[in-house]
Design a binder for this molecule. Sequence first.
Ligand code: G3H
Ligand code: 13P
Ligand code: ZN
Length: 344
Amino acid sequence: MARITLRQLLDHAAAHDYAVPAFNMSNMEQGLAIMAAADATGSPVILQASRGARAYANDVVLAKLIDALVDIYPHIPVCMHLDHGNTLATCVTAIQHGFTSVMMDGSLMEDGTTPADYAYNVRVTRSVVEVAHAAGVSVEGELGVLGSLETGMGDQEDGHGATEKLSHAQLLTDPEEAERFVAETGVDALAVAMGTSHGAYKFTRQPDGDVLAMDVIEAIHSRLPDTHLVMHGSSSVPEALRLLINEYGGDIRPTWGVPLEEIRRGIRHGVRKVNIDTDLRLAATSAIRRTLVSAPSEFDPRKYLKPAMDSMKAQCVEKFEAFGTAGQAERIRARPLREMARAY
Ligand code: G3H
Ligand code: 13P
Ligand code: ZN
């Protein structure tokens, strides 16, 4: 069994200058595709489930699915992570279902839409750290609110994300505050805000430093060289997938994502976890649309889900190779949770 904590995995990534993609999943096809890519490239992997994914798939199904994936690929270290937890309770129930890492996103209030103040964020994140670390489970916190520096709007995905117009002070994590936040909460990894947002519509043009403030990451890393930084909203939104979707009846307007080169720049400055959901959604949807339109008499779901898995796998392989994760799996021996608990 190669279930690993985020802490151990990111410590290894930091020691060897690479980052680990964290792929969102809510069904078997995503899980199989991600693991096939991890196996093909010899990469450790972070599988993450949002609250929406947990509600969609059911915690018991997700837990048993992860068990199965870990059994099929015992040589691949798998970190099972909760994405954007909003309360202590959400984090605890994730731990009960075998998650080895949880995110407490205290940048927003429990409703998942109202920006929170610093004191609330520290309080709620600290409470999760105390419980999770007692069990050896890792914790990711978030400081700063995800959203667009172009429009000032927070992002909204399935009801999660700020709904009000935000100032640049809210949209860019303050390096000095980040230093205090890590000291006051004890988080293992810190998600920071620098202009990325969830979903396909991140930037209306090729991003430059005005809309994607990678210098913020560099400033945070110089103050917190030993803290693992996390980039959310980091899909690249490949133009080829957008065009394919549109060619087969979809309607995705022109848009830009986060270039792989910018992510690699982040990796040189302390980014160790890179969150990706949208690119796999685009990969699956483009393949399914193409199959259904090209073979209109087809009605066996396996005929379009298999191409969807192949397309998702290709996206994952690209990220594993780009982030330096490929080849690292065999260099890691996962430590059990009780051992991690004793280390805190
Ligand atoms: O947090 C954003 C992720 O892309 C998860 O999205 O809430 O639609 O599952 P979701
Ligand atoms: P994308 O929407 O850019 O894939 O980001 C996903 C994410 O940050 C999940 O937490
Ligand atoms: Zn996110």
